[in-house]
Design a protein around this ligand. Sequence first.
Ligand code: DGT
Ligand code: CA
Ligand code: CA
Ligand code: ZN
Length: 576
Amino acid sequence: MDNLQLSWLLQETAALMEIKGENPYKIRAYQNGARTVAELSSSVRTLIDNGELAKVPGIGKGLRGQIEAYLQEGCLPELEKLRTDIPAGVASLLDVPGIGPKMARQFYQELGVTSVAELEQAAQARKIRQLRGLGGKTEMSILRGIERMKQRQGRTSLAIARPLAENISSVLQSAPGVRRVVVAGSFRRCRDTVKDLDFLVAADNGERVIDVFAEMPLVQEVAGKGTKKASAVLKAGLNADLRILPEEKFAFGLHYFTGSKDHNVHMRQIAERQGLSLSEYGLTVSSTGEELGAASEEDLFEHLGLAYIPAELREDRGEIEAAAENALPELITLDDIQGDLHMHTSYSDGTNSIEEMAAAAKKRGLRYIAICDHSKSLAVANGMSAELLRKQAAAVRSVSDKLGFPILAGVECDILSDGSLDYDDALLGDLEVVVASIHSGFQQDEHQITRRIIAAIKHPLTHIVAHPTGRMLGQREAYPVDMDAVIDAAAHYGKMLEINGTPERLDLHETYAAMCRERDVPLVINTDAHSVEQLDFMEGAVCYARRAWLEPKHVANTWSLADFLAYFKTTDRSYR
Ligand code: DGT
Ligand code: CA
Ligand code: CA
Ligand code: ZN
């Protein structure tokens, strides 16, 4: 439990430091630390006890001191200090789209605003436009930002939900008499965000499991508690629902609570047409009441004459019809992935070396990778000068030779506001892969941003457009962009679009990924890892990609390296 709690506190520290305007390197150290801690496979307490925390990359000496203090005293000294200067609520202003640390500081210092609600009042009372450097336009855009925030409220990104789901599952798993724990609902269907977490437990003694659940330190408040189910508000701000099922009914409960609701409604109709009645409790013959058992979801589908439908497809988007005709796609799996074409090293804002990233990728069974660090304009992410990029490319090649492992020398090249790339052609032409992306100029309108991305797609040296819509789940909306036109351009110029595996991004959105599939634009599923641990983002990214009905052939990093590189050289670009 300590890890997650600690990770949130580190994040809060970083946010308050930003507002205070502290050293960017220090802020970044806390942000990276928060991430690293959340991803550790053992508890910080254990790592400190056996002296291994010092070996974890991404946690420097200063941060380690804070963590030790946290374990001893239950609080971070640095955070306590910041909290005396700035009320905790001020950090929440950063959640409003369009508000950066400077503005948050200004609202607090000059208007005494300490929460989003107070900010909304101030904007409505036309107080923002009176502040130095701000005007009516900013005031309007803040009100719009708050409005959008309210709309998406209630959904949580997987960056927060996944570690919680894993943690709670393991707590439930260790409760007495528990046979099986599954996280159902939208989490199992691998949606990009979840409203809540739905835990299903097969157990003999439900009441004891419910007690264990209610007493977890992650729980803020138990909202409801019975003998077979419970519901809790977690400290992270989302709900967790728990249902206890008898082993022999588990398959039915699992199917029902996996959903989606639309899928369930359609399934029930299919059953009815066959004289059967399907519910979360079982499948019965309507005329006789005879129960048809199912040991697994496979059995349940089989009773209805359907092929097994993977959870990611259960949205009533044609999967039931396809299952009836045995025409479901052969969905991509993690095993199909051969390469990862977007990852960072300490040359820009990553925490590991080229060699460490390559060794870790190799260990995960990958056959090739590309190192794509940030380009020079992206100063906040320590973007590389032309000279450093040249040096890095040479280093990449020598590590590749040394390890006998194909590593492409690449770059994540910023698309500048006018659509040009961040280095000259001579340098880009020396690299094996150019991943182009937007990190600034979000205030441009849809027409400008679309033109900008298409300009990058047209550039003969670009291969892939990374995180094409720029969304940051729970933090920032996608920038306005005509994806229809972008996908057409990618098809026309033979380029690829990325599904970025960072849990806050999962960008492309599944709808656009499906459009790419339909229009023969190959996708690339990348982790965008900034550390060795983040190479594990691949698994969640592949699950998300399955929602777009993607098969291995649609995803270029399931191809051999030779096929991937050849794609950009051929005129016949259809992968079919
Ligand atoms: P979300 O919004 O991210 O929590 O999405 P879900 O799908 O996890 O929704 P949730 O937690 O409200 O319910 C879990 C599942 O339970 C849902 O996917 C299907 C099933 N379910 C819930 N309410 C209904 C309903 O009224 N009718 C049917 N047929 N199924 C339902
Ligand atoms: Ca749910
Ligand atoms: Ca629920
Ligand atoms: Zn990146």
